[in-house]
Structures are given as structure tokens and as C-alpha cells.
Write a protein that binds this ligand. Structure first.
Ligand SMILES: [Zn+2]
Length: 467
């Protein structure tokens, strides 16, 4: 009966597959043999926080008001504090539930008998059902974060695993969502090829083994769905571009995190996620969203100079809520449109996505078209983010081997994520039983979980059940 989602945060499919083949993950090897290992697409931005909304709200992050790990609030009403912006790294984490669209119910609201650990989204979760809630746990994670203590993060994963297994025995939840951050933390500090990544995956494997043992004992395993999934990939980088520093040098007085929220008389805002993507907000005093055509006369020079930087791969310029220009540093520009008749992509001075001209594509067709490319599912992902009211006026996706933040990371970032390219956007999905239909995207998990539990879907879910 229960639906169990375990997130191995930041694990790439090839990494998971190799660890399974090496014999290091026996419980997950059994899942692969009995159910299967699939590769699905995550969301843009491919970063923890936004990339959890598909699992728990069944929608892309731009659709529920969380366009990045950091974002600027043009209205200055939703974010009243200094800088009028959010950074969910740190104390603002407590505001995630408030920021998310009220009209999009969470799994926890739909399934009262839920249990969760290390979930960025907790709206609807009873406090007694949140295993990583409370001041002691918050202090432990903060201390681990600010010391940049990678082994400390693995210890947190081990504690989460123990607490999860023992609480599941007592509370017998119908829906479980638990995230393990070890793979991501180790990858940032030491690269995804590090042996410690295998150690982090072993903690997830032990969790699978213990949960399975208990459910077999209770006679429930055969009706359980246990899914191990990731929210984004990871790639090695060699350069950090200090985007906030670049705008400061240009005299554009950006708001940025952490200290730039106190910038006097700010003109722009730089909000980095992952750290391989960024939202740039121009003219922060305008108080409302202006689309690119009305910004171009004043800001074309800035756009051109940013596009010329080694760190830039793609630049997205939203023209309206149904149209976005895509510029590439190396491959010219194109226009993406989405409307009632589907997605259309028209190369202009070039073909940044490398897919040729297309019109009237469905979501499935546009995903299939892009899956073999450098930018899997890019048409849908760009559309969902570009139209989001809280997104930037310029959205940057970093070049491979680059990220967009050079200072103030407690853990050294020799590997990053957040961008649109395939090694950030693809994620593994390991399932305990064969599926009725191939899973495509992380947004498919929530409708599938609801089907598994026999609960009707709320309107507007952006994925499709694979059960
Ligand atoms: Zn990360």
C-alpha cells in the first residue's frame, strides 16, 4: 500500500548505474532487477528546492512560484525584508511553504498520513510527521553547512535513515518522502566520481534494505511502490564567474546574496541557483514585470556583453507569457513560442538548441525531439520558467565547466548543477515494480503516487501517471 519516494539528491544516472554494477548497492540492484532503472528529465532550474516541487506539488517550479533557489520579488510585497528577495539557502527556507502557490495542494495536504525527512516543502505535513523539524536539527544542519563539513552531511543522512526506518515502523505512513543530501554535498566538494559518493549511496541502499525488510515482514512489500530518484545531475567545473561582481563593476548596483541585499539604491538583482543558472532582474524599481522588447533599448549592451562571457551558454529573454527568445554564445538565436496549438521553435540567426525548425509540437513530442540533444526537454522547461511571474528579465544557463557564483560557498564547488544541459537535467528513477508506462519527467511522480494511493488528482498537475 505505501508509496515511498527516496531522493538521492544530485545523483546522476551513470553514477548510480555504475555503483549498482560494482556490487556496492545490493538492495538497489534488486530493485533494478525486479522493477527497473529509468532515466527521466528533471526541471529547470535543476537545483534542490525548485526541483522538489514536481515530487510534492506535481508541477514545475516556475508554475508554483519558486523559479529558483534565489529570486527577486518585483512587487516587494511577498518579500518585505532587505533586498526584497529570497535565498532558500539558510533562514528563508522556512518561507518556502508560504511562497508556493496556494492553489496547488501538496502531497502532504492530500495524504494526511504522510511522513517526511529533509523535505524543502512541508506544507500540510503535521509537525510530528516531519522527522527533520525543530531547533536541534536546524542547528545541526546549519553548523554542518557553515563548516562545509562533508562527512557531517553523511552523518546527517545516516541519522535520517535510522529515524525514518524506526518511525515508519511506528506510524505506518501511506506516503513517505525522504531526501538524502550526501551525494550532492560530496559532489560539490570532491566531484561525483569520489568514493564518498558511493558511501552516500550506500546509506540510501541501507535505507531501502531496512524499509523492504520491515514491509516484507508486515506482508506489505508486494503492494508497495518504492522509488529512488534524483532531482538533478552534477558536472565538474573549472571556473566560477562572479556574476554579482561583474554587474557591480559595471555600476549596476545589484542586489545579491548574501551581503548584497543591503546594496544602497539598487538598480539590478542577480539571483543564482545551483550555481549554474541565474535570474537577472533589470530596473528593480519598476515594480512590475517588463518583457524584453521594452527593455531591449536600454539593456541590449548588457545582454551582449553577458552573452560574450565564457561562462554563458544560453541566455533566455522572455518576450511575453507565450514567447521567449533563446540566444546562445556559440550558436545564434531562436524564438520559442507556446500557445494553444503547442510548442513552436524557429531558428533565427542560428539554432541554439540544435533541433531545427518545428511547430505545433505537443509536450511529449517536444520532449522526444530534444531527448538526444544537449538540452533534453528544453522547450517545455524554458516555457514553464520564462512565463513565471517571479522569473528574471534575463535568465542565464551556464556553459559546461562554469558556474555563476564565486564567493561565499562554505563547501568548495568543484562540481555544480542548475543549468539546462543534459548532465544536469537528466535524473535516474529506480522503481520496485514494473511500470505500466515509461516515466518521462519528475512531475510524473506525484500523479503516479496519487494513483497508487487511489486519491483523485487535483486540477492542473503537469505530469502523467506511469502506474
Ligand atoms: Zn547542490
Amino acid at each position: 500500500m505505501p508509496i515511498i519516494i527516496l531522493v538521492a539528491d544530485g545523483a546522476r544516472t551513470d553514477t548510480l548505474r555504475a555503483a549498482i554494477e560494482s556490487g556496492a548497492l545490493p538492495a538497489m540492484a534488486r530493485l533494478q532487477a525486479e522493477g527497473g532503472l529509468h532515466e527521466i528529465t528533471s526541471v529547470f532550474p535543476s537545483v534542490t528546492g525548485p526541483a522538489y516541487t514536481p515530487f510534492l506539488l506535481g508541477k514545475h517550479p516556475g508554475s508554483v512560484g519558486m523559479p529558483g533557489l534565489r529570486w527577486y520579488d518585483r512587487s516587494r510585497k511577498d518579500c518585505a525584508g532587505p533586498g526584497h528577495s529570497r535565498s532558500y539557502v539558510g533562514i528563508d527556507m522556512r518561507l518556502v511553504d508560504r511562497d508556493l502557490d496556494r492553489g496547488s495542494p501538496t502531497m502532504f495536504e492530500l495524504v494526511p498520513n504522510s511522513l517526511a525527512a529533509m523535505s524543502v516543502v512541508t506544507r500540510g505535513l503535521r509537525p510530528s510527521r516531519n522527522l527533520t523539524r525543530g531547533p536541534a536539527f536546524a542547528a545541526r544542519t546549519a553548523w554542518t553547512h557553515f563548516r562545509g563539513d562533508v562527512q557531517g552531511w553523511l552523518e546527517i543522512d545516516r541519522a535520517v535513515s535510522r529515524r525514518l526506518v524506526s518511525t515508519m515502523r511506528k506510524q505506518k505512513p501511506y506516503f513517505v518522502f525522504a531526501a538524502f543530501t550526501g551525494v550532492d554535498k560530496v559532489s560539490h566538494a570532491c566531484g561525483q566520481a569520489s568514493d564518498d559518493v558511493t558511501s552516500a549511496l550506500r546509506i540510501v541502499d541501507d535505507t531501502v534494505a531496512n524499509i523492504r525488510g520491515d514491509l516484507e515482514h508486515r506482508g506489505l512489500w508486494d503492494t508497495t511502490h518504492l522509488w529512488v530518484v534524483s532531482d538533478h545531475g552534477h558536472t565538474a567545473i573549472r571556473g566560477h564567474d562572479d556574476l554579482a561582481g561583474v554587474l557591480t563593476q559595471l555600476g549596476l548596483r545589484p542586489i545579491w546574496h548574501p551581503w548584497g541585499i543591503f546594496t544602497r539604491d539598487p538598480r539590478t538583482a542577480v539571483m543564482v541557483s545551483g550555481n549554474a543558472m541565474a535570474h537577472l532582474y533589470l530596473d528593480v524599481k519598476a515594480g512590475k514585470r517588463r518583457w524584453w522588447p521594452s527593455l531591449a533599448s536600454e539593456w541590449s549592451g548588457l545582454a551582449a556583453s553577458l552573452l560574450a562571457r565564457d561562462s554563458t551558454d544560453l541566455m533566455l529573454l522572455p518576450h511575453s507569457d507565450i514567447r521567449c527568445e533563446i540566444r546562445s554564445r556559440a550558436a545564434g538565436s531562436a524564438m520559442l513560442e507556446w500557445a494553444g496549438d503547442g510548442y513552436s521553435y524557429r531558428p533565427g540567426s542560428g539554432d541554439p538548441l540544435g533541433i531545427g525548425e518545428h511547430a505545433g509540437l505537443s509536450e511529449d513530442e517536444s520532449r522526444a525531439l530534444t531527448m538526444g540533444s544537449e538540452y533534453p526537454d528544453a522547450l517545455v522547461q524554458i516555457a514553464r520558467l520564462a512565463r513565471s511571474p517571479r522569473s528574471g528579465d534575463i535568465i542565464l544557463s551556464a556553459a559546461r565547466e562554469w558556474d555563476l557564483r564565486a564567493r561565499f560557498e562554505p563547501i568548495p564547488h568543484i562540481s555544480s548543477h542548475g543549468a539546462l544541459h543534459r548532465d544536469h537535467m537528466l535524473a535516474p528513477l529506480l522503481v520496485s515494480r514494473p511500470l505500466a508506462r515509461a516515466p518521462l519527467r519528475t512531475v510524473d511522480l506525484m500523479p503516479s503516487a496519487l494513483d497508487g494511493l487511489g486519491i483523485p488528482h487535483p486540477p492542473g498537475l503537469e505530469g502523467r501517471s506511469f502506474l
